[in-house]
Design a protein around this ligand. Structure first.
Ligand SMILES: [Mn+2]
Length: 317
């Protein structure tokens, strides 16, 4: 199947790559690595984004091959969704996808719906970046420092710096290959994992203020209103990772962070320790993700969304 996608790329001269909405390190790193490779093959390629690139990932090589999608943008012959579980994760760019002659879907989410002509979904891959590395092998593109940097960011972010249970021996073998290609681990780690804004630190403090434990400490929940988010001055993307503060509390099996979006909807992030499958909860709301990390968006008030979520979690516990 991956061979078919490699073939489609080889035969196409005009390719768009679509990482998921609110693109993270894996979606961006994977897309830029593939874009750099395709451009080295002498083909036209563009990474079409739903939003501006988060500050954290502004250093990624290949950024010059990307742009934010505008309604009415040109159509592409071949379009590849990267790290996207379903069409909804393409946001407005579903237009581009549906208008293409050939579509492909490269992903590792177990909830993937197989929405393209060519689907390659490997749930055993820690990151989409692992699949992209194999694809580059089929395309016979050398993984030099720029591509390696993108792939390293992809796998390091989706494995939480090689700490999550999705980390395999292959993940480490691949990391070794990328280091041989010249990746600067210390520089990347500082930029991606350590550097933060003052506004984010303020937001973390607001989030921690809302932290509550339920069921004898087995469930941890944070719920932030859009008023608190505005007060902190933090950007939407800076909500990333705050949920880990709740998940890391000893005894917690399920952690949730709810936050109110500007359009009034509630975005819910879920994390689990041990065996609790949070993607099953996310599926109830047409969301998606993995066993240990999932999410969904729902309507209603923050309080109501929290109440319903607690009922859903208690049912499974
Ligand atoms: Mn991913």
């Amino acid at each position: 199947m991956l061979g078919k996608i490699a073939n489609a790329i080889s035969k196409s001269g005009d390719i768009a790559l679509l990482p998921h909405i609110a693109a993270d390190g894996d979606a961006l790193g994977s897309s830029f690595a593939l874009a750099l490779a395709i451009s080295r093959m002498g083909k036209k390629v563009k990474v079409l984004l739903e939003e501006d690139i988060p500050f954290t990932y502004g250093f990624l090589p290949g950024i010059e091959l990307s742009g934010v999608y505008q309604q009415g943008d040109k159509q592409y012959d071949t379009v590849i969704a990267v790290d996207c579980g379903d069409l909804g994760r393409l946001g407005n760019r579903a237009d581009i996808f549906e208008g293409a002659r050939i579509t492909a879907n490269i992903d590792h989410h177990p909830t993937n719906t197989g929405f393209a002509v060519h689907n390659f979904v490997d749930t055993g891959s820690a990151a989409a970046g692992e699949i992209i590395y194999k694809l580059l092998g089929l395309l016979k593109v050398k993984v030099e420092k720029d591509i390696a940097t993108c792939l390293y960011v992809a796998i390091a972010t989706d494995t939480g710096s090689f700490r999550y249970s999705n980390t395999t021996s292959f993940t480490h073998e691949l990391a070794a290959e990328l280091l041989k290609a010249g990746v600067d681990v210390a520089v990347i780690s500082q930029k991606v994992f350590d550097a933060t804004s003052f506004e984010k630190v303020k937001l973390i403090s607001e989030a921690i203020n809302t932290l509550e434990l339920f069921e004898n400490g087995r469930i941890a929940v944070m719920a932030i209103s859009n008023v608190l988010i505005k007060k902190s001055g933090a950007k939407e993307e800076e909500c990333d990772g705050i949920i880990n503060t709740a998940r890391n509390i000893r005894g917690v099996e399920v952690a949730a962070m709810l936050r109110q979006l500007d359009n009034g909807e509630i975005k819910v992030n879920l994390r689990s320790n041990l065996t609790f499958d949070v993607s099953a909860i996310a599926s109830l709301y047409k969301g998606g993700g993995h066993k240990k990390a999932a999410g969904y968006t729902t309507a209603g008030t923050l309080e109501n969304a929290k109440k319903r979520l607690l009922e859903d979690i208690r049912e499974v516990l």
